[in-house]
Write a protein that binds this ligand. Structure first.
Ligand code: COS
Length: 406
């Protein structure tokens, strides 16, 4: 019995696994090949309420706990990481800042659209000169006549094309360093009107007029997560009403760091799902094969390899679930989130590469999902804070809590 999971968690995990195997697995390869956003499945996930997993019911969400949400991310990633990041980026990055830092008015206006999956949301922090050094934001916000004018560009933004609601950062006071960064809610029309009309979601006419000056750049051609939408989000003298400032001036950086803490548990869960999916594929493959005149399953080298993979996956699962458990109990979880993300993402890379090796040449072809999983795993060591940033966060905390002399 798992100490973290109750009967509802287990039922939800079963529901997500069934959806992933029935609706996602048959199309994942083609979506990856064509780098196509899975609008039909996105609609199906919206109908299940997964775009508002953690949002309280009063704002149109499911009101589930943190661990339930992590199970959705994990189980989707076990089959396809692109579907999983679509849920994760929307919920944690696009929606949670409004839920956690928004005014009641902002919550009433935006959360029902996001939580109900009517439109997709995203988060704009990264810039050409502000990646790991997130505080080096150069996008400026100048206050003029009751509105802010934002000038700059956010890059590698999940949902920048398909989405309509974004939380972005900009500098309101250059003198104050990271304490001079403020966040704002901006809107733009989805780039996929034909698809959104077809599936009946993804576009909210009531958001019109959208924020003038906000638009999506060209779609990135990525190594992995190819069915997820990643683009530049351009703020071309965007005119944002003062009422769309999220929180007070100067709180943007710290609020984004808090959002990323939660996001890192999510990438931990996504990595865990990827590792589990690659492992499960390898076990099935080995089960049916013979080499050198005997079943592959009898080879001790294979058994050792599977034992190591399973042990590491179990350890990653404990880290991810523990971080989620702490967050749910409103206890500090920032370091545990970094540890979960660091360990699980590097594990996902190791495990998917090992799975390709175990399948041999077959694993190197797109007939099996492990090559896609290996490509999908790489970004887990980069996005929402690189492995190096996680080590920095953990290392600094070790020295601080030990009271090591400066
Ligand atoms: N929660 C709350 N506050 C936080 C915080 C967190 N997780 N992390 C930092 N802060 C606060 C600090 O406490 C500090 O405030 P005080 O001066 O009042 O103490 C302030 O923010 C600045 O923090 P710090 O000095 O640590 O900032 P640094 O510029 O040194 O960098 C790192 C911090 C590198 C950790 C940060 O820039 C980072 O996480 N970078 C990665 C960004 C990232 O993940 N990008 C991917 C986006 S993909 S969606």
């Amino acid at each position: 019995m798992d100490p973290y999971l109750n009967d509802e968690h287990i039922a939800l995990r079963r529901e997500v696994r069934e959806f992933a195997e029935t609706d996602v697995a048959p199309v994942a390869r083609e979506l990856d090949e064509q780098s196509r956003f899975p609008w039909e499945n996105v609609r199906a996930m919206a109908d299940r309420g997964w775009f508002g997993a953690n949002v309280p019911k009063q704002y149109g969400g499911l009101g589930l706990d943190t661990l339930s949400y992590m199970l959705i991310i994990e189980e989707l990633a076990r089959v396809d990481a692109s579907h999983s990041i679509t849920i994760s980026a929307h919920n944690t990055l696009g929606t949670s800042p409004i839920l956690n830092f928004g005014s009641e008015d902002q919550k009433q206006r935006y959360l029902p659209l996001l939580a109900g999956g009517r439109v997709l949301g995203g988060f704009g922090l990264t810039e050409p000169g502000a990646g790991s050094d997130a505080g080096a934001t150069s996008t400026m916000a100048v206050r003029e006549n009751g509105e802010y004018r934002l000038r700059g560009s956010k890059i590698f933004i999940t949902h920048a094309g398909v989405g309509e609601i974004f939380v972005v950062t900009a500098v309101t006071d250059r003198e104050r360093g990271v304490k001079g960064i403020t966040s704002f809610i901006v809107t733009k029309e989805t780039t996929d009107r034909e698809a959104t009309d077809r599936v009946g979601m993804g576009h909210a006419p009531e958001l019109d007029p959208f924020t003038p000056g906000v638009r999506a750049g060209k779609k990135e051609d990525k190594m992995g997560w190819r069915a997820s939408d990643t683009r530049e989000l351009i703020l071309d003298d965007a005119r944002v009403p003062a009422g769309n400032r999220l929180g007070e001036e100067g709180q943007g950086f710290i609020n984004f760091m808090k959002t990323l803490d939660a996001g890192r548990i999510g990438i931990g869960a996504l990595s865990l799902g990827l590792a589990q999916g690659a492992f499960d594929t390898a076990v099935q493959y080995i089960g049916g094969r013979e080499q050198h005149g005997r079943p592959l399953r009898d080879a001790q080298g294979i058994q050792f390899s599977l034992a190591d993979m399973a042990t590491e996956i179990a350890a990653a699962r404990q880290l991810v679930y523990h971080a989620a458990w702490l967050k749910e109990r409103k206890q500090p979880f920032s370091i545990q989130a970094s540890m979960a993300k660091l360990y699980a993402s590097e594990l996902a890379m190791r495990t998917t590469a090992r799975a390709v090796q175990l399948l041999g040449a077959a694993g190197y072809t797109s007939e099996y999902p492990v090559e896609r999983m290996m490509r999908d795993a790489k970004i887990c060591e980069i996005g929402e804070g690189t492995s190096e940033v996680q080590r920095l966060v953990i290392g600094r905390d070790i020295l601080r809590t030990a009271g090591a002399p400066a």
